[in-house]
Design a protein around this ligand. Structure first.
Ligand code: HAM
Length: 407
């Protein structure tokens, strides 16, 4: 038996119905904010990800040489590809450019609950607007996407990387050490920070403070005022102080972030609880250009897990009809009803195996159909359909014309 590769999943029809519903909700929400869908290749030149995503992503990447000897990598995320696409295809498009995407990404990680080697991201990028309004819109959209799905047990954490960056610069720290410190903060290694750096203790105090207290640790506090402005603007989206926390330990794992960053966690998921992450970043320099951009990616699989933990059901279950012609000579009538339903995009199927009525009803019930339509001599004669609701067992005869018109 050949099994699927480690860290991948097969997704059955029930799971896909749920996922498609979530995808539709997310697409509709992004479209309502003026974002438009794009698609980029599933593999890119490895160099694209090597440049800026940080050392951890390189260890976690699926990279190989293709038959032409080119260094190729399966995308571990979309942001670098989107900015490549922007420089290659969209430079002339009026700013801001608002785009969203959905697809699978690949990381060579140790699989566990909520962490896979193939997983799906739903993300957005807002290119070419460097204002607190753009940061606020970015966070608001992410929060709105998660809320619209009905998730309530969530935590939104917001920070501005410039606060830590300014503190480190004021303490004479260079670029390389800065990244080292960010990685330690990201991993929560505060004891190591205190032991390794002479400013470590002060840095840990800064991280634990709220915004008014944080000002004490900085000579220049414009990064704090900027974050205050962004959080003020969130109220325009009806996101209030009860909905988020300022958490200066939120530094993000990828090295391209530079300003306001945020993460959303689903409390019930345990170790892998981050369902969304994003913020302001700089990737244009890989392409010899300067462009400011902000975005986020929702971990689609973890979001689904979180929704199931919160017992969130699909809003509306579609009716699915299974047609059972009682006698062979009534097939034409049965196929007419089948085609009429399908022409209206109503889910309808017909017995293909010549089962007995009892077996056909049993099959329909087990296969997720909501109704069976029984069609025999009587129905043909009176131009009716007999519809049985499989959840209640109730059966009624309706005029065929009326039944189809009401669909
Ligand atoms: P990220 O935090 O690396 O950010 O990934 C975003 C989300 O993808 C995570 O919050 C998590 O839910 C999900 N995720 C990551 N790795 C896995 C995995 N192995 N299995 C399941 N889910 C996973 C980014 O990728 C950035 N590109 C986000 C962004 C867009 N920043 C700006 N624009």
């Amino acid at each position: 038996m050949i099994e699927r590769p480690r860290g991948t999943r097969d997704l059955g029809p029930d799971e896909m119905t749920y996922r498609n519903y979530v995808e539709d909700q997310l697409r509709a929400t992004c479209e309502s904010y003026g974002y438009r869908a794009i698609q980029t290749p599933m593999f890119e030149h490895t160099k694209l990800f090597k440049e800026k995503s940080g050392p951890s992503i390189i260890e976690e990447i699926y990279a190989f040489k293709d038959k032409g000897g080119r260094e190729i990598a399966l995308r571990p995320e979309f942001t670098a590809s989107v900015i490549r696409m922007y420089f290659q295809e969209m430079r002339e498009v009026p700013k801001p450019v608002k785009i969203y995407y959905f697809g699978s990404a690949f990381r060579y990680e140790r699989p566990q609950a909520g962490r896979y080697r193939e997983f799906w991201q739903f993300g957005t990028e807002l290119i070419g607007a460097d204002t607190p309004y753009a940061d606020a819109e970015n966070i608001a959209l992410a929060y709105n996407c998660i809320s619209i799905l009905g998730l309530t047990d969530i935590k939104l954490k917001i920070s501005n990387l410039n606060i830590l960056s300014d503190f480190l610069e004021e303490n004479g720290v260079g670029k390389k050490e800065k990244l080292e410190v960010y990685h330690l903060v990201d991993k929560g290694e505060f004891d190591e920070i205190r032991d390794t750096f002479d400013y470590g203790d002060m840095l840990c105090k800064l991280i634990q403070s709220d915004l008014s207290e944080a000002k004490k640790y900085l000579k220049e506090s414009s990064s704090i005022s900027y974050l205050e402005k962004v959080t003020d603007l969130l109220s325009l989206y009806e996101i209030g102080e009860k909905d988020y926390s300022i958490d200066l330990s939120t530094v993000r794992g990828l090295d391209y972030y530079k300003g306001v960053v945020f993460e959303i966690e689903a409390e019930r998921l345990g170790a892998e609880k981050q369902i969304c992450g994003g913020g302001d970043y700089q990737l244009g320099d890989i392409f010899g250009g300067e462009i400011t951009s902000k975005g986020f990616a929702i971990g689609f699989d973890r979001t689904i897990l979180a929704m199931k933990e919160e017992n969130i059901e699909l809003e509306k279950k579609e009716n699915r009809y299974y047609i059972i012609p009682i006698e062979e000579e009534n097939k034409t009538y049965a196929y007419e009803v089948l085609k009429s339903l399908r022409d209206k995009n109503i889910i309808a199927d017909i017995d293909l195996k010549g089962r007995s009525i009892g077996n056909a009803i049993g099959y329909a019930d087990k296969s997720g159909f909501s109704h069976v339509i029984l069609l025999g001599e009587e129905e043909v004669k009176s131009e009716e359909v007999s519809v049985k609701d499989l959840s209640t067992g109730k059966q009624e005869s309706v005029e065929k014309k009326e039944f189809l018109e009401n669909k």
